[in-house]
Design a protein around this ligand. Structure first.
Ligand code: NAD
Length: 500
C-alpha cells in the first residue's frame, strides 16, 4: 500500500481472507477460493473462501447460542455502548486499510472510500448512544388496579445480505443499530466485495464484542445467500440488493419461518429542477447525483425532470459539468468517478445505452467505454428526447446514465416523478418554498433532498416506498426495526374474581 505521489500502488499479491465465526477467522482450508480482481486494474486483490451450506449452519448455530445465552442481549446499554464506541475508534484507526480494500474490490475512488469509512465510524458512535436510550413505554392510565408496560426486546439472530456497491457503508448502516438492540448477526457480503465485511468482524471482536455475536459467511448468492434466507433459525433478515432477489427473499420467508424482513431494493429516483432554482447549484448536484459511485447507488438521481423553459440550457450545464468530472484510476486521489464494479454491470450499462438510442432517445454526451488500461470505465452519459415509456426512463440502470424529461406544470412534474414502481429517493431544486414543500409532500419516496442530493448521516432513517422496500435503517428507527414489542399488563392488588 505504498503511497507514490497522489496515487496508491496496487498490492504485490492478493490478500487471503478466511470467513469469520465465533470470534475468529476460519481459513479456507479445502474449500474453493474466489479470486477477486480489481475492476479498475484487472489484477487479483483478494482471495475469499466459498463457504459451504455446513459453514452457514455452523455460523447460524453459533449466533443462535450467542443470542439465547444472553451474553450480549443480557448486558446493560452502557456495556453495549462501550463496545460500539470502541469499534468506531478502531474503524478510524484502520480507516486507510478499509478504504484501500473497498477501492480495490469495488472500483470506487479512494477519496470517496475514505469519506465513507469516516461516515461508518460515525454510525457506530451514534448507535452507541441508542444502545443506552432504547426504551419502551408505560401506561399509568389503566385504573388503580392495572399498570401497563410496553417493552422492546431484540428480535434474535439477524441475517444481513449486502450488495457490492457500498459494501462497508451499507453494512455499517445496519450492524451498529442491530448490535445496539441486542441481536446477534450472520452477515453475507456480495461475493465480489467481501473483504471489508470480514475486517469489520475482526474489529468488533477487538472492540470487545462477545464471540459469536458477529459472524461472516462468504460465497455466492445462489448458494449461501439462498440458504441464509431459508434458514429456520434466522429470526430476521436484512436484505439490500435488487428487487428481483428481494422477491425471492419474501418467498423464502413465506415458505420457511416467516422471518421478519427488512428490504432495501432498487430505485429510479427523480431530480426535479424548477426554472427558479439556483441552476448552477442544481447542475452540479444533478451531475453529482448520477456520477457519484458511477451511478451505482440505489439512490442515484437517474431521472432528470426539468421545467421546459430552462430544459435545453440546463442540459448544456449538466453536459459541461460531465465534461469536467475526473474519471480514472480509483487509486488516484484526484479521481471522482472510478470503475464499474463488475463485468456483468458494465455490459448491462452499455446495453441500456444502446437500447436508449434504439428507442429514439438523443445521446447528448458520454455513452462510451473509456480506456484507462485494463479496467472498465464508462463516461457520464446524458440522454435527451426521452419519453416516459422508454426502458432507460423506467428501469434501474445502476450506472452513470441520466435521462432528461421536460415539464410544464408542477402537477406534471409530480406525475412524472411518481410514474415508477420504485419510491426510494427524490430531489427537488427550487427557491420557492411552496413548490419545494408541495413536491416533498406528494412525491412518493423514503428519502428526500431539497436543493441538495445524496446527503446522509446516522440520524435520519433510510428506506423506500412502493417496490423499493420495507422497513427503515439508521436513526432511532433503525434500532427499533430490530426489536419486537411486548406488552405487559400488571394487576395491582387483588384481582376481581371470574368465579365468585
Ligand atoms: P443482487 O440482488 O444481485 O445481490 C445482492 C446480494 O444478494 C448479494 O450479496 C448477492 O450475493 C445476494 N444474492 C443473490 N442471489 C441471492 C439469492 N437467491 N438468495 C439470497 N441472496 C442472494 O444486487 P447487486 O447486483 O449486488 O446490487 C445491485 C442492486 O442492489 C441494485 O438493484 C440496487 O438498487 C440495489 N441496492 C439497493 C440499496 C438500497 O439501500 N435500497 C442499496 C444498494 C443497492
Amino acid at each position: 500500500m505504498d503511497k507514490t505521489s497522489t496515487r496508491l500502488s496496487l498490492p504485490v499479491s492478493p490478500r487471503e481472507f478466511g470467513f469469520y465465526v465465533n470470534g475468529a477467522f476460519v481459513p479456507a482450508g479445502p474449500r474453493e477460493v474466489f479470486s477477486r480482481n480489481s475492476p479498475g486494474h484487472d489484477v487479483p486483490v483478494t482471495l475469499i473462501p466459498k463457504c459451504t451450506a455446513d459453514d452457514l449452519d455452523m455460523a447460524v448455530s453459533v449466533a443462535r447460542t450467542a443470542f439465547d445465552d444472553r451474553r450480549w442481549s443480557g448486558l446493560n446499554g452502557q456495556a453495549r455502548a462501550a463496545v460500539l464506541l470502541r469499534a468506531g475508534a478502531l474503524i478510524r484507526e484502520r480507516a486507510e486499510e478499509i478504504a484501500y480494500f473497498e477501492t480495490l474490490e469495488n472500483g470506487k475512488p479512494i477519496s470517496q472510500a475514505r469519506a465513507e469509512v469516516g461516515g461508518c465510524a460515525d454510525m457506530f458512535e451514534y448507535a452507541s448512544g441508542l444502545a443506552r436510550s432504547l426504551h419502551g413505554d408505560s401506561f399509568n392510565n389503566l385504573g388503580d388496579g392495572m399498570f401497563g408496560l410496553v417493552t422492546r426486546e431484540p428480535v434474535g439472530v439477524v441475517g444481513i445480505i449486502t450488495p457490492w456497491n457500498f459494501p462497508f457503508l451499507i453494512l455499517c448502516e445496519r450492524v451498529p443499530y442491530i448490535l445496539a438492540s441486542g441481536c446477534t448477526i450472520v452477515a453475507k457480503p456480495s461475493e465480489v466485495t467481501s473483504a471489508t465485511t470480514l475486517i469489520l468482524a475482526e474489529i468488533l471482536t477487538e472492540a470487545g464484542l462477545p464471540d459469536g455475536c458477529m459472524n461472516v459467511v462468504t460465497g455466492s448468492g445462489s448458494t449461501i445467500g439462498q440458504a441464509l434466507i431459508e434458514h429456520p433459525d434466522v429470526d430476521m433478515l436484512s436484505f439490500t440488493g435488487s428487487t428481483a432477489v428481494g422477491r425471492r427473499v419474501v418467498e423464502a420467508a413465506g415458505r420457511t419461518n416467516f422471518k421478519k424482513l427488512g428490504l432495501e431494493l432498487g430505485g429510479k429516483n427523480p431530480q426535479i429542477v424548477f426554472a427558479d432554482a439556483d441552476l448552477e447549484d442544481a447542475a452540479d448536484g444533478v451531475a453529482f447525483g448520477i456520477g457519484f459511485n458511477t451511478g451505482q447507488c440505489c439512490v442515484s438521481g437517474s431521472r432528470l425532470i426539468v421545467e421546459r423553459s430552462v430544459a435545453d440550457a440546463f442540459a448544456q450545464m449538466v453536459r459541461a459539468k460531465f465534461a469536467r468530472v475526473v474519471v480514472g484510476d480509483p487509486l488516484d486521489e484526484a479521481t471522482q468517478i472510478g470503475a464499474i464494479t463488475t463485468d456483468a454491470q458494465n455490459r448491462t450499462i452499455l446495453s441500456y445505452i444502446e437500447k436508449g438510442q434504439a428507442e429514439g432517445a438523443r445521446l447528448i454526451c458520454g455513452g462510451e467505454q473509456m480506456d484507462f488500461g485494463r479496467g472498465q470505465f464508462i463516461s457520464p452519459t446524458l440522454f435527451g428526447d426521452v419519453t416516459r415509456d422508454m426502458a432507460i426512463a423506467r428501469e434501474e440502470i445502476f450506472g452513470p446514465v441520466l435521462t432528461i424529461m421536460p415539464f410544464d406544470t408542477i402537477e406534471e412534474a409530480i406525475a412524472i416523478a411518481n410514474d415508477t414502481e420504485y419510491g426510494l429517493a427524490a430531489s427537488v431544486w427550487t427557491k420557492n418554498i411552496d413548490k419545494a414543500l408541495m413536491v416533498t409532500r406528494r412525491v412518493q419516496a423514503g428519502r428526500f433532498w431539497v436543493n441538495t442530493t445524496l446527503a446522509g448521516g446516522p440520524e435520519l432513517p433510510l428506506g423506500g416506498f412502493k417496490q423499493s422496500g420495507w422497513g427503515r435503517e439508521a436513526g432511532i428507527y433503525g434500532v427499533e426495526e430490530y426489536t419486537q414489542v411486548k406488552s405487559v399488563h400488571i394487576e395491582i392488588g387483588k384481582r376481581s374474581p371470574w368465579i365468585g
